[in-house]
Design a protein around this ligand. Sequence first.
Ligand code: AMP
Length: 139
Amino acid sequence: MQTTLSIIKPDAVSKNVIGKVIERFEDAGLKIVASKMIKLDKEIASGFYAEHEGKPFFEKLVNYMISGPVIVQVICGENAILKNRELMGNTDPSKADPGTIRADFADSIDANAVHGSDSEESAKREISYFFKDDELFLR
Ligand code: AMP
């Protein structure tokens, strides 16, 4: 069993597709074991994306991530990290396979509907960035 961090980003929240995104996870056999709706501030968003600091898209990414509320979740299941990445599709929605979350709900590489951890190491860091151990309802 693996856990991974998912964020439903401001564009998907404002499009009212939170439930549709969560349904993709559940239909793939993944379980939500922690969930909250929050509005990130500049410091929290910059810290979360620290590995991208200095890249040309960093400022835009941070400003976008603080533009509205997000849903931060921990999802759990067999191969959850890879499974979630397959469900999300390519970072750039115009390159994402049909039927993936980004192909169906995202508008651009900036407003691309969802985030998912890309490795066990980043999942560990990202989960603990938003949740305490006792906030995870591992079943
Ligand atoms: P991640 O790779 O999951 O840490 O997220 C980086 C995020 O930055 C992506 O999900 C995109 O929303 C955004 N982004 C904007 N421009 C780019 C780009 N040229 N390459 C990668 N990510 C980008």
